[in-house]
Write a protein that binds this ligand. Sequence first.
Ligand code: ZN
Length: 468
Amino acid sequence: MRIDMHFLGAAQNVTGSRYCLDSNGFRFLVDCGLYQEREFRKRNWDPFPVACGSVDAVLLTHAHIDHCGLLPKLVRDGYSGPIYCTSATADIVKIMLLDSAKLQEEDAAYKKRRHEREGRHGPYPELPLYTTDDAEACFPLLRPVEYRQPVEVGKGVNAVFHDAGHVFGSAMLRVSVKQKGAERILLFSGDMGRWDRPILKDPTVFEEGDYIVTESTYGDRLHEGSETIAEELAEIINSTLEAGGNVIVPSFALERAQEVLYYLNQLLMEGRIPRIRVFLDSPMAVRITDVFEQNPEFYDKEMKRLVRSGNSPFDFPGLSLVKTVDESKAINEVLEGAMIIAGSGMCTGGRIKHHLRQHISRPQSTVLFVGYQAVGTLGRQIVEGAKEVRIFGENHPVRARIDQIQGFSAHADRDDLWRWLTGLKGPPRQVFITHGEPETAHSYAGFVRDKTGWKVSVPGYKERAVLD
Ligand code: ZN
């Protein structure tokens, strides 16, 4: 038995998930993601580490761009095989890739203008990493599969997709590789969600596996505060309404926006907040919400019950799913009694900037953060208490109430990761810890090693492992 595994991303960092496996002359990728950390983004432009035409299949865990965002480049450079993923992931991937291509095109055009002005050439070519056409070329290759249904990937490789509880449609993979009568089970955690989260089913626990590839984003900490989300949200809404302002919520389009709607719906049903106007002002979030509604089989029991009883969180009184720019501009007239959820999640672009311009200097209003704010973003400046921020080239004093709800997280914490791993009935041959900052990944590796004595490693970029 010999399987070669090549770690091409999310190896001692958290983006660019991409693993290449070779068995018996059959080559497949698990994920094909974009690098998003500033220090590693250059890798997106490197030639693909394996010839794109030599890849036979792609298994895609979910639709986040750091897992699927290099597919257009893979396809442009010669890949023409199937891309297996769940049906919800296939629908969301299309939305995400088109958005990503548009950003790449805008970015290239911006660089070109700047370089022309400055009479120089930048570190990257002034061509987009990929275009809308490249993104669309991926669509016919998407092969939707169902959870728990074995998929014959090819040459003794079989895969089963299981619930990961991370974002809508997300999957963990159980891959069986057979060579001359011998079999090895490989488990890929993908991005692991958490138990008891709204809308989504829980992560799947496996009893057997020979080789385990597990994420470790929060492998050195424990999440707190998820049980108080509704309470915190109610307090923020009620006091902002009393003050006579709006609540402005920068949000990611996939999962977080829908989760916020879920909690709002719950508070309304329980009468803990008065009827308010809620605007979901993000074309991408609205399209993704449509995908949710078209795929109700992905809902957990509680969500199914809500929808069946006519209490869907995506269709409550007062909710507007904003589609056009004119509708979005009309929100400017609403100065109080509303909650406006808009992208981008870190305030780096999108419609949120218009709403921030409108409200950040109004003491009556609240800017509420529900997600991670990376260093260097407008969102981070606001969260860290900047007295003044620059929006569309103008300075605005920060006078609004700035608040943050910490309990939202789409990733397992250390105890969740551990709960998943210890579902195994026997020791695996090896555990690979990926998708974590180096200190975090090593910390979790040490934790697992101490508790179990198992063989645990933290592969680096382009490192290879031979599985026997
Ligand atoms: Zn993810």
